[in-house]
Design a protein around this ligand. Sequence first.
Ligand code: TRP
Length: 324
Amino acid sequence: MKRILSGVQPSGQIHLGNYLGAIRKHIEMQKSYECYLFIADLHALTTVRDPEKMRKYILDLAKAYIALGLDPKKTVFFQQSALPEHTELCWILDTITHMGLLERAHAWKDALAKKTKEATVGLFNYPVLQAADILLYKPSLVPVGQDQKQHIEMTRDIAIKFNQTYGETFPLPDPLIGEDVAVVPGTDGQKMSKSYGNTIDIFADETSLKKQVMGIKTDSTPLEKPKDPKSCIVFTLYSLLATPKETSSLAAKYKRGGFGYGDAKKLLLQKILDHFGPARKRFTELDKNPKIVQNILLQGNAKAKKIAGKTLEEVKRKTGLILH
Ligand code: TRP
């Protein structure tokens, strides 16, 4: 079985875009790959500065994955900061990585241009930590979104440089980017993202969830008039969760007229509650028993450490840091 590895930043409430874009695929993959998945809390530290929030985001992310079906027997699920191997390898890789490589990173250039994030050394060095995350586990594939493609290319560049300097050590990982990366629209029609405040949070309480769904932007076509399903956010979101049959039946209602956006929103809300019903229930149970989640992570950390420790030892030997 091929080994895959991916990391997810704990950065806020879990929304429909996270689920459809990444979580669903990560969980699906445990059937056909040897999976390593970690909570990239050290990366999140470049933007999250509130310790209460940090703790909550880490736990919520873990709860969400477990509630949605991550099986800790199949996927090694762990917390990045619990393994000092990540930062240690990061430093060693820092010593062979040129400033120029990092200066070309889109994420860094964006942060400088838009001034949305503080231009810290940590943010600049972000891709090297990511390279360390990946190379420690020598995976064949790294499932990521399109926006992370450059980071995987940088990981390969860094691995090549290490191999050339110290001898063949790291196999070069390939990115695994799903073809069906449909953009999930947020409630205002832009891409769903925490930073736009347009999310539908799948584990929010029912009242907040309802508020988010009812707040989806629609045009002003009157109730009795036929409507175009394709240009409607409510319809698009519904189709992402519904069967093809349910989707075409909703499309017919739109085209017939006499069916309002309020009706469509009610159907969407019900669909979300049905689809995520069991996961929402598990999430609440885990909320009451955070120990369950913490134990899963502790066990994952121990499993991950076996692999990461071995690679780091190999690296320290090759670089001359181990004396015997
Ligand atoms: N940078 C990734 C993101 O924001 C998260 C991440 C950190 C990651 N380390 C990784 C992804 C290693 C894949 C492999 O999505």
